[in-house]
Design a protein around this ligand. Structure first.
Ligand code: SF4
Length: 308
């Protein structure tokens, strides 16, 4: 028997000696040839001992076949209790299971995937609570109160699929929709903050691109303003050559594609040619009068050419 791994209690002698019984049981449960050396035993209780055998299956490095044997009080025969494959202290184990909601990472969603949003999601809050209802003694005309009550049914909680069609312009429901109150839930203050932090990390003033930019997005013609409170600090870049095209950018962000900061260079002016081949140079065929001979005129030249 190899060196035994024992707990504080002393294993029963007959059970500890039943290695062959335990091995036979392990070999019966395992595939042929995968039960290795006896690597230890532990006393599970009075007259109950578990024998461990090395597992030689390739995918189970460090695992051990555990065969538990037992003996009844005052009995001489040891019998098999159970056989199971257990991980040893240095066993190769799968990573701990993590719920999908904690495993999910940005960008993991694919076409057709559905991502349920927790009812208690801190990033959202009710879009319409009715808390802004005027108090009963407010100077709101009875006619307006009836109108609001009639249109209240159009403020419908639920998914987009259950929302009614766009309300008629000028109605209270239309105004509620414009203010974002017609959705069952809207971004909470916390949701706004985490979104702003995330966007600022990606396309904010501290990024290397912004640090090297000639000017900020606030003065760029490619910036598309966004509505709501986030519009005070963010916009959408619409420059196809910018790394932030189609992304929400901080007004303090910037890139080399800024519409005004970089001036298009003028095309270089060619230098004056040393030999000008485009100009006609006079070339006298005869010496000029100053030099003792008569310079040729165009007519004489023509006449001479005609006589010849
Ligand atoms: S082109 Fe550059 S500077 Fe202009 S909005 Fe886009 S990221 Fe900002």
């Amino acid at each position: 028997m190899s060196a035994a791994t024992t707990r504080s209690r002393t294993p029963d002698r007959l059970c500890a000696e039943a290695v062959d019984l335990a091995r036979a049981a392990a070999e019966e449960a395992a595939a042929p040839g995968v039960v290795g050396e006896h690597v230890g035993l532990v006393a599970e209780g009075d007259r109950v001992v578990t024998h461990f055998f090395e597992c030689k299956e390739l995918g189970y490095r460090g695992w051990r076949w555990a065969a538990t044997v037992a003996r009844a009080s005052r009995a001489k025969f040891v019998t098999l209790d159970e056989v199971v494959l257990l991980p040893g202290p240095d066993a190769l184990l799968a990573p701990q299971w993590v719920p999908w909601s904690e495993r999910l990472r940005p960008g993991d969603m694919g076409p057709g995937d559905l991502l349920p949003t927790d009812a208690e999601d801190l990033r959202l809050e009710p879009g319409y609570t009715g808390e802004a209802e005027p108090p009963p003694n407010a100077p709101v005309s009875e006619e307006m109160a009836e109108l609001a009550e009639a249109e209240d049914a159009e403020v419908t909680p639920g998914t987009p699929a259950v929302q009614p069609v766009t309300p008629a312009r000028g109605t209270i429901a239309a105004v509620a929709e414009e203010l974002g109150m017609r959705r069952a839930r809207v971004l909470s203050r916390y949701g706004l903050h985490v979104a702003a932090d995330r966007w600022d990390d990606s396309f904010g003033a501290q990024t290397p691109m912004a640090q090297a930019a000639p000017a900020s997005c606030a003065s760029c013609g490619f910036l598309v303003p966004v509505g709501g409170s986030l519009g005070q600090a963010f916009g959408v870049c619409a420059n196809e050559f910018s790394p932030a095209d189609g992304r929400v950018v901080s007004l303090a962000y910037g890139c080399g594609g800024h519409s005004e900061a970089a001036v298009m260079p003028k095309p270089p002016q060619p230098a004056t040619p040393v030999i000008d081949e485009t100009r006609v140079d006079p070339f006298p065929l005869r010496p000029s009068p100053d030099s003792g001979s008569v310079p040729p005129t165009g007519d004489e030249e023509t006449a001479e050419l005609g006589h010849s």
